[in-house]
Design a protein around this ligand. Sequence first.
Ligand code: BGC
Length: 250
Amino acid sequence: MKILGIDIGGSALKGAPVDTDTGKMLAERFRIPTPERLTPARMGAAIADIAAHFKWKGPIGVGFPGVIERGRMLTSANLHPAFVGCAGQALFAKATGCPVALINDAAAAGLAEMKFGAGRNFQGTALLLTLGTGVGSVLFHRGQIFPCELGHLPFKGRDAEKHVAASVRKAKGLSYAEWAGRLDQYLHLLERVLWPEMIILGGGVSAKHAKFFQYLHTRAELKAARLLNGAGIVGAALHAAEPAALRAAK
Ligand code: BGC
């Protein structure tokens, strides 16, 4: 199937048509920077701009950095607070005139990595973390997906993402060794309760894994995400390929 995948991130929205059978993007990504936090209505307009750029008429999958329940955002840690409680799936469908499926951004990245990337053909317990503006998380167990919010686990007195997100390394001027030391402690905490066999680290920083993987000492096999910045787009499209996902809001 051909589906338009859109990834809403902390600093931009990105979209591209995806072939969900191969996981390949069918055109150059179209990116709209968001230097200020967009309200839900303005986000809907920006999503409509991406659809218009590709003259899109079919299904659209959208990944959003917050908890999603039945087509609605329940949290918005790093985007506009008006998203809390917003019926995003219906709003984006109205803005674009297309059927829309909404999924958490890390869950989307996980779907793509498990199908086409670092977790391909793996059927055990895998944890995928996205390290970006915040920290996203999703678990897979024998092919079943479980989106979760491990970036908000209390860690050293604050939400873990305030210590270990890639954005924190830049904002605090930490070296890769310093930042990875924090990340290693956090991963040990997660291993203590979840016992994943495989941990996949995603987000833009996964392209730089050679700079910090040597500081991480997990029991689980550690892997860098393979689809890099494409995972969120490809995974959002994969989600929308499930007919039930497009109906979830009803
Ligand atoms: C949000 C998650 C999201 C993650 C990465 C966190 O702050 O709560 O839902 O997956 O950031 O964007």
